[in-house]
Ligand binder design. Structure first.
Ligand SMILES: Cc1cc2nc3c(=O)[nH]c(=O)nc-3n(C[C@H](O)[C@H](O)[C@H](O)COP(=O)(O)OP(=O)(O)OC[C@H]3O[C@@H](n4cnc5c(N)ncnc54)[C@H](O)[C@@H]3O)c2cc1C
Length: 337
């Protein structure tokens, strides 16, 4: 690991100043980085993927570790709220159950005790080639995505190219489904960004980054609006190892029902299959006014994966994700059995 300076920030403003970089170190992997729980950043530093000369500790900034609000007002979640706090919070469990499930699905209790919501949204990809120090792939300034023709079992089937990473966060698909936004503080002050505009495809934005944040910008809070569907939200994730693993595929679903369990509106976002949380608006639209039947479930699963373009070794993700879509919707409409 490259040696680095550690500074405990006393306020968001001070952290932003400490992260501001001269043009010579604008490269995301060389620039000063904010550190929260350190569960991802420290591993990328140990593997020499990121080489910041300065870490700015956010845990010394007060007031970013609270969950406030309820089903009627919506939720405000501080960026330093830990994943454990989120999954255990009674309001989240009762009124935003899909979010509690998504938090619970992450890693291990030890990692959830330290990892934060802000860090989870900003964690870097898990692609083998990206994580391998010796492989200078597109995401690290190289000229090739080795996954495109190499070991691509875990890579993207939707929205890929020229890089085929999948976004690793389990919170992200659920938060997008719930219509969440993030508050961001940076050199130009504070702004609010809808989460579905926060993550960037490799074919958009900078291929070296996974979101719109600049080096000196910080997430300070996540806001979830009150909605008629948050109470019927659910998150299903399929992983290779039951004990602890990233999603091979996941589905965040939320529905608002009218009488006779007819769907008034639905939210459906896929995880583990694309470089960003993948919202499937055509499938959502199809569900409006329908009640679930075997035919409806088959069709919505087909629509959700309609544009999939699997690589050589990951076509299995299509039927896997379709199964999760059917199960997640059934659970959101009928409740957990
Ligand atoms: C073994 C293992 C298994 C895991 N399994 C899963 C899993 O199944 N699902 C899943 O979703 N995640 C998983 N993770 C990732 C884990 O959830 C994240 O590493 C963790 O949530 C990151 O939070 P952190 O506070 O530790 O972030 P840090 O490591 O401190 O930071 C991560 C990144 O975010 C940036 N950052 C941190 N806070 C902010 C902020 N407020 N604003 C802007 N940038 C910020 C940092 O600079 C860094 O680039 C796993 C991690 C490990 C080590």
């Amino acid at each position: 690991m490259k040696s680095f300076e550690w500074i405990n920030a006393r306020s968001v403003g001070e952290a932003v100043q400490l992260l501001a970089t001269p043009p010579a170190v604008r490269d995301i992997d060389e620039a000063p980085r904010p550190i929260a729980g350190g569960q991802d950043l420290l591993t990328t530093m140990k593997d020499y993927l990121t080489r910041p000369a300065r870490l700015v500790n956010l845990k010394t900034v007060r007031g970013l570790d609270r969950i406030e609000g309820n089903a009627k007002t919506g939720l405000r979640i501080g960026a330093l709220v830990t994943l454990a706090q989120l999954e255990e919070n009674p309001v989240v469990r009762r009124s935003f159950p899909g979010l509690a499930e998504a938090a619970h699905s992450i890693a291990t209790p030890q990692i959830r005790n330290l990892g934060t919501v802000g860090g989870n949204l900003c964690q870097r990809p898990r692609c083998w080639y990206y994580r391998l120090e010796e492989a200078v792939c597109l995401k690290k300034g190289g000229s090739e995505c080795f996954a495109a023709t190499g070991e691509n079992k875990y890579n993207a089937i939707l929205g890929g190219g020229p890089s085929y990473i999948v976004h690793p966060s389990d919170l992200a698909p659920m938060l997008v489904a719930l219509g969440a936004s993030v508050s961001v503080n940076g050199g130009e002050g504070k702004k609010v960004i809808p989460l579905d505009k926060f993550f960037t495809l490799p074919s958009e934005g900078s291929i070296r980054r996974e979101n719109v944040l600049k080096n000196e910008e910080l997430i300070t809070e996540i806001q979830i609006p009150a909605s008629a569907f948050a109470g019927r939200s659910t998150y299903l994730k399929f992983k290779e190892r039951e004990s602890m693993d990233f999603a091979l595929a996941s589905v965040a679903a939320a529905v608002e029902l009218q009488e006779n369990k007819i769907i008034k509106q639905a939210r459906l976002v896929l995880g583990g299959v694309a470089p960003i949380p993948w919202r499937v608006a055509n499938a959502e639209k199809f569900l409006t006014g329908k009640s679930l039947s075997a035919d409806v479930l088959t069709e919505v699963a087909r629509l959700a994966l309609e544009g999939a373009q699997p690589l050589e070794k990951n076509a299995y993700k299509i039927p896997l994700t379709q199964t999760l879509v059917r199960r997640a919707l059934t659970q959101a409409v009928n409740g957990r059995v």
